[in-house]
Design a protein around this ligand. Sequence first.
Ligand code: 13P
Ligand code: SF4
Length: 341
Amino acid sequence: MSSTANKLEYTPEVAAVTAPIRERVKDVIPDVEWAIHAPLIARINELKQERNATLVVHNYQTPEIFHGVADYTGDSLGMARYGADTDADVILVCGVRFMAETAKILSPDKTVLLPDMDAGCSLAASITGADVRRLRKQYPGVPVVAYVNSYADVRAEVDICCTSANAVEVVESLNTDRVIFVPDGYLGQYVASKTDVEIINWEGACEVHERFTGDELRGYRKDFPGIEVIAHPECPPDVLAEADFVGSTSGMIRYVGEHRPEKVVMITECSMSDNVAVEYPDVNFIRPCNLCPHMKRISLPKILRSLQTLSPQVELDPELGLRAKQSLDRMLEIGRSAESR
Ligand code: 13P
Ligand code: SF4
């Protein structure tokens, strides 16, 4: 029996085991909350050894998950690559369902857990495989690119997937004049602004990023002179036009690490700034709070329960999974150099 099993109290033993993590997150998690998180973190970290499980954590997860229990943290592309290469028997995804589906598609023989199956995504919900079949009839011979914020039935119908980190490279890799791009209309418009390829767009939107406005960004510049504004490409065009840098969540984090701005605002989901502030205490983060309700369904108690019960598991029809894998594999083959954008 492991030392902290069945004890979910903040004992001196738990405090000692979690002390290095506490030190890292002390500026973003208050003491009163830490006393609740620490026993869960200690037990989860024990249990993942016992289960030979790996925790793959998206950049939008809260700091106690991101810094407390992750084996890998990153954007959708990094999560996909890590999940495809891991030797673990169990992949537990702290993110949303399309991310867990990516892990299952790439590792069909592994147990893939998502602590809350209701962790959805407004983009993924905006389109189905039948919609893609209709688009193909409407535009015969035009290849279809699917942003990975989509489910397996969509990925099974498209030529290739992309993420926010490699969307332009993926579109250009097809060597064609026109592509159909689904389901993020704003990301599609951003790609169109970076390439000569004509983009036929599906008008899905991220409910978090579509709320930002150009006026809001101009307000930050006025209120905080000298601030650097960095934005995710799921934002509307007037927002991206105001940004100093546009990139995937990991690209944004890398930008902060490389530029060390005195003041910065990350135009994306709000946990990102808390997570990155831990690494860069010298940077002043202005933190607008647009929260993704789907990402926030994942919590330490749900992660613990998921590891204890090995549920809920992502299950996919094997034939559908195989078809979806082709479009992901094509992306992983051509996109290897693009992760840093
Ligand atoms: P990234 O791949 O850039 O992390 O984006 C995923 C996502 O859901 C953004 O809203
Ligand atoms: Fe989907 Fe937007 Fe949430 Fe990302 S932030 S998971 S795109 S709803």
